[in-house]
Design a protein around this ligand. Sequence first.
Ligand code: F6R
Length: 257
Amino acid sequence: MQIGIFENAEQAGQKAAEMIAQVVGDNPQAILGVATGSTPDPLYAQLRSWHKDGKLDLSACQAYALDEYVGIAVDHPERYRNVLLKNLVWENATGLKAENLHTLDGNSTDLAQAAQSYDSEIQALGGVDIQILGIGSDGHIAFNEPGGSLTSRTHIEVLTEQTRKDNARFFNDDIDQVPTHCLTQGMGTIMSAKAIVLLATGAGKAQAVKQLCEGAVSAFWPATILQMHNNVTVLVDEAAASKLELKEYYCERWSKL
Ligand code: F6R
């Protein structure tokens, strides 16, 4: 696990964007794993800006979302498909085509089947080429909440109260409007990615980042399973890095890589 500590969220996002641009530069048909939530906003803004300037084009890429709320209205702005369309597709944002943006169907009449067929698609690809991740304050990755299997495949999940509280800001600050269930890629699905870039910014993520990088591998902090992946880069701002015990060493190692 390589850990890069940046002054602010914009710089961390910029580094993540550079890593995506590198993968797409090497393979214009790259398969990207994309996260929602607010953490990747600076990253997506950078991708849009490079696309506008003709420096980056995702038109031959495929993208797979991590998760989706169950039962959310198809036109709800917080439906993750809509969030990703807005960030990456609409108005020729990055060149990514709507038909190449793959998302889970949280309104399927057979959610288990929707999860399974989505997982099979990713499995058939041998995992995505580069997976972008955020992290929940309770240590979740995608929506794999504490206490779940660390080898799970795409499945239905019940959101913790903490996650629903954290996400209430997207739903008029009303926790009752936040869906209770979701479909999420499993930890095993995410671990099949060839490279993983996790972004975490803000003091609210400091404890989760501490566990992710320095805690024991445990289902209590699901993100810790990433310690078992051989190509993970964690990009954090100073606030999210504030609880790291070996912070100075990580900075030294990052500067000498
Ligand atoms: C979203 C996702 C979640 C978020 C996490 C952090 O697709 O998979 O794991 O990354 O909840 O959310 P933000 O970035 O809003 O703090």
